[in-house]
Design a protein around this ligand. Sequence first.
Ligand code: RP5
Length: 162
Amino acid sequence: MSEQPLVGVIMGSKSDWDTMAHADETLTEFGVAHECRIVSAHRTPEWMAQYAVEAEGRGLEVIIAGAGGAAHLPGMVAAQTTLPVLGVPVESRTMKGIDSLYSIVQMPGGVPVATLAIGTAGAKNAALLAVSILANGRPELREKLHAFRRAQAQKVMEDTLP
Ligand code: RP5
């Protein structure tokens, strides 16, 4: 997207993309300018610090951070910015994402990370939450959220069982 990104979607590894693509798709669906980057807390700690420190000055308003296993990325980014950080626990191979969830959710008081569900539902909901935050000052986005919920309810009402 050529517009100034409002949401930064970051993830610890390329292997997180299958999950985090759901956040990317949802933000695109809502027409929210965003960027997607690999930022690793462990493999690129200096880049992570730079990303977190510069985010607000670059005009980002929300950061969605996905990571798996020893998932320190959301917390370490939150430690270095006051922007809202939405953490997505990526499903890990060995522990099915329980490790990721616990790593992200148990932040010490004073440095919040809003933690979503493990996996694709979490990535999608992180994007919806980002839209909801941005919608506080953007009525057109609020209306898009209402339309999304109406369409979702309509689909459920029309669903039939085999
Ligand atoms: C984390 O380690 C990443 O977020 C990823 O979920 C996990 C495994 O990374 P790879 O070994 O697949 O690169 O940092």
